[in-house]
Write a protein that binds this ligand. Structure first.
Ligand code: BES
Ligand code: MN
Ligand code: ZN
Length: 501
């Protein structure tokens, strides 16, 4: 789908559909009022007869006679009764209108939503959200459905209309960011949605090579089992033992910043299927453990978006990828392994495998002399208990980095919430037989998991995002969400001085 930006009067710009807003009880937006006037009061009449509902997120499609208006449809979207929308409300309005537009048969639309006032948000932010909402509405994962595919996408173009000419460049910048983020999220979603039999560690490595083909500014390096053995990655290798699929450690490098600028390193958990291993999981919803590589998928998504935008930063994405399966050769509860850092780990539960693969990746990334390291992982079911499906868990060893990530999440409406990493929690990891156990023994599962990782990240500034609750949806909407690509991209924009909201 294409997006562009125009300025001009609503009663002059031509198109298949105009999207205009109405707030309660009957206040049309400026563009809505112009179109109302041009149509001889059509919208006011429909508002009066209550055929148009101004409630937040309600949409009404009105077909118009081609002789009076420059558009053949009006899509009226309700904004509720407050004068100024919250950022969340604006996203809800953009999402509702995108869904309605998608179902309307229109091939293109003029969106006048950017004339809405949104608390503490710029023109660029609104344009970005219009793009993200539209791309979310048209996203489909149908590559594995045979026969009749979902009908071909009719909607081809959305024009973001701004009131004044001088707002065009801001809106264009917002559209560019929105498109790149949407491309990154689409990639993350599609990798996440693919089943474990297709999306294997080797396939993820292949995806990295494919990404490099599209974006030659990327450098890709894949460590195989032999290389891992050479580095002494005993923790990562211990998880891969139970699988017939060879593990891969995928490294993607993007150098868009100054040669001397220390890189941001993203590390994403890439367990392409988590059965629990010998500590096997119950069968219910086990299929959803194909999503246990969504941290990795978001790293791919960010690499793609950053390469597309050519951001002036140095960014390295690292993905430890493996399956976690039971087998005669699989790791057993009680086994003790030596990590790349030299620290020994007693595996009390083979289902706590994410931290085992991450700890070696986190030791490995020291070689990049990182400015900050951020890992993203569908790490603990406990995070869903604590924060549900709205919010990522955030922990780390450097408060300024955490504050920057919290602010980025707030700005992008892809929020995280900090949990404490106090030493009392770390004490739960004590083992009688090794330097540490791989699980705690007294609640706070998200924090003890992060405490484990903290033992491998002492040499640099580090933050950990537990995305177990936000990375995918269950039930009728089952599917990967592409989160937290929006949060991470906002953090990276802010680092480049392009973080305006
Ligand atoms: N991938 C899971 C975490 C998970 C579970 C995410 C359910 C989303 C939904 C992880 O590898 C895991 O199994 N964690 C265990 C840790 C426990 C054994 C200490 C968990 O959360 O139960
Ligand atoms: Mn597990
Ligand atoms: Zn897992």
């Amino acid at each position: 789908m294409d997006f562009n930006v125009k300025s001009g009067a609503a009663d002059k710009l031509r198109g298949a559909c105009a999207i205009v807003a109405v707030s309660a009880p009957r206040r049309l937006s400026a563009a809505g009022a112009r179109l109302d006037k041009a149509s001889g009061g059509r919208l006011s009449a429909l508002l009066k007869s209550a055929d148009i509902d101004p409630e937040l997120g309600k949409t009404t499609l009105v077909h118009c006679a081609a002789d009076t208006l420059p558009v053949s449809r009006l899509l009226v979207v309700g904004c509720g009764k407050d004068k100024q929308l919250t950022p969340k409300d604006f996203i809800a309005v953009a999402a509702a209108s995108a869904r309605a537009l998608q179902g309307s048969g229109a091939t293109d639309a003029l969106s006048y939503l950017s004339e809405l006032e949104v608390a503490e948000r710029t023109q660029a932010w609104k344009a970005r959200q219009i793009v993200l909402a539209a791309r979310d509405a048209v996203y489909r994962f149908d590559e594995l459905k045979s026969g009749k595919k979902t009908p071909k996408q009719r909607l081809r173009r959305i024009t973001v209309v701004v009131e004044a000419r001088d707002q065009q460049s801001a809106a264009k910048a917002g559209v560019a960011k929105g498109s790149a983020i949407a491309n990154g999220m689409d990639l993350a979603r599609t990798l996440g949605n693919r089943p474990g039999n297709l999306c294997t560690p080797s396939d993820l490595a292949r995806q990295a090579t494919l990404l490099k083909k599209t974006y030659p500014s990327l450098k890709v390096d894949v460590l195989d089992r032999k290389a891992m053995e050479k580095h002494g990655m005993g923790a990562l290798l211990s998880v891969a033992r139970g699988s017939r699929q060879p593990p891969k450690l995928i490294v993607m490098e993007y150098r868009g910043g100054k040669k001397t600028a220390k890189p941001v390193v993203l590390v994403g958990k890439g367990v392409t299927f988590d059965s629990g291993g010998i500590s096997i999981k119950p069968g219910k919803a086990m299929d959803e453990m194909k999503f246990d590589m969504c941290g990795a998928a978001s790293v791919f998504g960010c690499m793609r978006a950053v390469a597309e935008l050519g951001l002036p930063i140095n960014l390295i994405g690292v993905v430890p990828a493996t399956e976690n399966l039971p087998d005669g050769d699989a790791s057993k509860p009680g086994d003790i392994v030596t990590s790349m850092s030299g620290q020994t780990i007693e595996i009390l539960n083979t289902d706590a495998e994410g931290r085992l693969i991450l700890c070696d990746a986190l030791t490995y990334v020291k070689k990049f002399n990182p400015d900050v390291v951020i890992d993203l992982a569908t790490l603990t079911g406990a995070c869903i208990v604590a924060l549900g499906h709205e919010t990522s868990g955030l922990l780390g060893n450097h408060q300024p980095l955490i504050d920057a990530l919290l602010a980025a999440g707030q700005s992008a409406c892809d929020r995280a919430w900090q949990l404490p990493l106090w030493s009392e929690y770390d004490e739960q990891l004590a083992s009688n037989f090794a330097d540490m156990a791989n699980i705690g023994n007294g609640g706070a599962g998200t924090i003890t998991a992060a405490s484990f990782l903290a033992r491998f990240t002492r040499d640099y500034h580090w933050a950990h995002l537990d995305i177990a609750g936000v990375a995918w949806k269950s039930g009728g909407d089952k599917g990967a969400t592409g989160r937290p690509v929006p949060l991470l991209m906002q953090y990276l924009f802010a680092r480049c001085g392009k973080g305006e909201t």
